[in-house]
Design a protein around this ligand. Sequence first.
Ligand code: HEC
Length: 243
Amino acid sequence: MRTFITIIAVCMAFALQSCDDGLIQEVQQHTPVSSGYTAVVTGTFKGQTSWPSRYSIVVAGFNENSDYAIIQKTLAAKNKDDKQIRMVLSNISDTTRTLEIAVVNSLRKRLVTLYSYAIPTNQDAKDTIRLDVGEMDISMFETINSNVFQGMNCSRCHSSSTAAAHLDLTNANAYMSIVNGQSSKNPDFMRIKPDDADSSYLYRVITTGTPEVGYNHPALFVDDKHAAFVSIIKNWIDNGAKK
Ligand code: HEC
């Protein structure tokens, strides 16, 4: 018990962050397992600092009925690229169905799942879940690219072979095609003008729609999941549209 109190005191003295690095796990080892799982998540991340502060990248637990994290721990805001990160989540309740690396807003609402692990239904609460997510590019651009340009299959109409408006949104060409690329439907605009979403044609096409474009793009973004990307894209452009 004294060890326990000492460890808590040490943690408080050094603020929460230092608890991430193993001390909590020590508490777990010295006290009888009460309820809930412990998970140790390791991984190497790239591009985390491209996210503005309104978004948090977290390791979190969710159940299947809600987009709000039951339990979460935020990756330190200034994690350096390619540094191995180790996060410990303890007392994960057994209603938790997935452990995720996710982008959440200040209300802990999940906006994007970057990585998901389904906790097996026969998971033994005494066993620590060890999850190595490997190397992940979690930059804003890569998140938009994989979830929107590739994930929503924009390239079924915008590829080099079927390039509606001469726009190629395939994986290899998306960034080059849009950032500082002139709109072919309205050459007064850039498709993406860094730092200025409202003057970026792509942003106009997916939000208000544009009279010159004969396909209703805003309709692709009406559901909750895709609506979140409208503001993520706006923030990405307004923060310099970096790769
Ligand atoms: C069903 C086909 C279809 C899909 C899917 C589609 N688009 Fe389009 N898109 C069009 C058409 C058609 C135009 C206008 C072409 C024209 O009028 O010549 C267009 C035009 C555009 C333009 C204007 C480009 C310019 O240079 O002026 C942008 C930007 C755009 N689309 C983005 C997207 C994005 C992002 C997605 C995926 C979320 C997407 N589109 C999905 C059919 C599609």
